[in-house]
Design a protein around this ligand. Sequence first.
Ligand code: HEC
Length: 201
Amino acid sequence: MTRTSLRSLFAILFVFALAAVPLTGCDETTTDTTGTGGDGDGDGDGDGDGDTTLDMLIATSEFSACAGCHAPGAPGFVDGTTEATQDWTNADTALTTLMGTASGLGGLSESCNGVPFIGSSLDSSLLIAAFDENVRANFDVMGFPDCTGAAIGDMTLQIGTALSAATETLLETFVQEQIDANALYAEDPSWAYDHWAFDHE
Ligand code: HEC
C-alpha cells in the first residue's frame, strides 16, 4: 500500500471516528430518557435507571426478605453456607454487590463461588437461576461446570414463597438492564480495538 493511499485510509477512518462519537452519545441519551438500561457504574446514586427498577424490586414483599440473610450481620446469615457477597440492605448496596460474584457458599453450592450474579444473558445469570428451576437445570457458565442444577440454591425456599408474576418481571427487567448496560460499556473499547487492528494491517 502506498503512503498516499494509507494517508487517505487514515482520513476515512478519522471521519468515521468523528461520525461515531456523537452517535454513541445520542444512544445513551435515548436510553436514559426512555428509562431502559442502567448506567452500570454500580454506584446506585439514581443517575441511571437500573436502580429505579431495583428500588421497585427491593420494595416487593419477596425481595425485602433478602436482607434478612444477605447483609453484613444479618440474623439469618450462616457463615460458610449463606452467599456472602450480596448485601440487600438497600438499593445502593444491592446494586454494587450484584456487580460482583458469589462467595462464601459451602456444601452443594460451593462450586458456584466466583460465578457472576449478572451474566451475559438472563439464562447465565446466577441471580435468575436462584429463582428459576429451568434456568438452574440448564445453567452453564464457562469455568464453572459443577455450578448447575441442584448446586444452585432455590431462593423461593429461603423466602418461603414463589415470586409473583409482577416480581418476576421486575427481577428480569432489572437483570436485563444491567446486561445491556454492561454491553454498552464493552462496546467502546472493542470498537477502538477493531480500528486499531485495521490501521496496522
Ligand atoms: C433464610 C435465609 C435466606 C434468605 C431470606 C435469602 N437467601 Fe439467598 N441464600 C441463602 C443461602 C443459605 C444460600 C446458599 C445456597 C443454599 O443453601 O440454598 C443462598 C444463596 C443465594 C444465591 C446464590 C445461589 C447459589 O447457590 O449459587 C443467590 C443469588 C441468592 N441467595 C439470592 C437471594 C435473594 C435475591 C434473596 C431475596 C429474594 C435471598 N437470596 C434470600 C439464604 C437466604
